[in-house]
Design a protein around this ligand. Sequence first.
Ligand code: 13P
Ligand code: SF4
Length: 354
Amino acid sequence: SPSDPDLVERARKAKEKLGNKVFVLGHHYQRDEVIQFADVTGDSFKLARDAAARPEAEYIVFCGVHFMAESADILTSDDQKVVLPDLAAGCSMADMATAEQVAECWDVLTEAGIAEQVVPVSYMNSSADIKAFTGKHGGTICTSSNAKRALDWAFEQGEKVLFLPDQHLGRNTAVRDMGMSLDDCVVYNPHKPNGGLTADELRAAKMILWRGHCSVHGRFSLDSVNDVRERIPGVNVLVHPECKHEVVAAADYVGSTEYIIKALEAAPAGSKWAIGTELNLVRRLANRFAPEGKEIVFLDKTVCFCSTMNRIDLPHLVWALESLAEGNLVNRIEVDKETEAFAKLALERMLALP
Ligand code: 13P
Ligand code: SF4
């Protein structure tokens, strides 16, 4: 069982044996049983930055999903090894944009005569291949905490943005934070010829949004917001920008996981909150802030955990730590050199954003 005292003790022992040789990073969506062993926790941006903060650590155990471990490998030195405790911890959104599909999209933009005006901006939640494509074509990576700054930067470099792979973060940032209209955005569908768009539609658009989404956040609806407002008078609705535009438009506050935590830390006693993001985090926050008299509920009870984040459980973490402590390098995530060079360019542009 997750709270198995034997497993807790084994994880503690293996970590103690490894000492400074191991650095454990934990994304906010991880289970409590895993988070208790994280040396740092954070949103995607903070973890990308922190991954490089311990150059003396030989092993970086990433409790998160595959694209985060890849990014950590790209941003750390060659002799640091990044380990993902369960290799099946992927991200369905990242899988929605493949290197072949994106190369085909670029051909479509080239044929429409607009490729030279387009700057790619890719969400962190993408494979290293997509990050390399982005770097190669003069673009940057963004996360949900710096998407506006990334778009500001991109529109200084060119007239149009190709936003990959989360259409919702792209649309929400363009409309909510940049004052664009919904008509400035078109959706490129990789499963249709020419993305399902005419050359004229592509020429008229400012934001070309890839047709990808998060299967967890995509399930919050406008009904979820209306229902909770009816049930809990005076509730503050706080959602992640991976939610659909209509949900974000109806919410009171929008931000990354780190933003959500800070907002609740600053909230006054007696305030009520409905949170639209992954369930592990919402439960942890509800428990943490209940003694301070802050009432925190999940925005929609029919939505569940991120199943891939949840694959990293205590048994997998114990297995990874014990293997490393015995000198067995398991589940290493290693990006090939050429991909790494271009992907790093895109990630470093993000880290240099003002
Ligand atoms: P942040 O932690 O950057 O808000 O990202 C959320 C997410 O979905 C990561 O997969
Ligand atoms: Fe991917 Fe959504 Fe899970 Fe984040 S919450 S890892 S975007 S599927």
